[in-house]
Design a protein around this ligand. Sequence first.
Ligand SMILES: O=C(O)CCC(=O)C(=O)O
Length: 283
Amino acid sequence: MLMGFTPLTSEQRRSFAEDGFLVVRNALDVQTVDRLVDAGDRLAESFFKKPELFDRPEYNHLDLRPGLLREPALLDLVTNTSAVPLIVQLLSPNIHLHSMALIYKRPERPDSVPFRRGWHRDIRIPKDLGHRALPLVGIKICYCLTDFHGSDCGMTLMARGTHLRDSPLEIPKGKVDPTDVEVCDLRLNAGDALFFENRIFHTAAPNRSDRVSRVVVYGYAFRWLKPEVYLDTPNEQLLNKVDPIARQLLGGYRDVDTPPWALQEWAQRHNVHQESVPWTVES
Ligand SMILES: O=C(O)CCC(=O)C(=O)O
């Protein structure tokens, strides 16, 4: 089914600009969550079969990237009407899918050493451009497939407002988190979506609950940004089968000079303002 329209409210635009992230409640209904959990669990089969090693917490985390689009439920979500229209309104119609990850975390012992407290900004852009005046180039949608109702139950931590920070995060010696910014361990329900942009500092955190935490993350970025290497490369067979918007998002227009027809037309139909930036103007 062709992607429908969900308006971005001015409050959502404001809070995303201020915080660097945004929570959208009930982005998925219960049936869709169940279908995604079935698909995700199939893909995670060998992960679930591994014995638990409590002294190696990293062994209990799955971050699966290749092969996700082979599952129809995960493919359908690429054009999810309740979330992707917000990305088009926050970025532009000139976007494609940049990355995908299925992230599962098995419970850790409360006393296990924290693993991968790796605060970072996405896409490694600061490694070349530094932390100053970084551009917003991509937004991830993290769909919750389980509830995240307590602290330390596996949700990615967000450092509120750090998308605008022009220096590295400061973490006091002996600590794992920064103390001069607000670290948000969000309370979310299965079906909610957490949007976060490439510049915000965030990190994986332990799952000290008694259930497996499950999310699936879709990263969208401007079309001139090369997709992450792990994203399934689109094949003609798949591209010919999907609708024009899915075709664009899956990388169907190889040439960046080709206008993003499908989402441009969609944006026009839904009165989404499209910035026109000319090469030259009359003086
Ligand atoms: O495993 C996690 O919670 C971290 C995820 C992450 O860093 C990302 O999706 O960019």
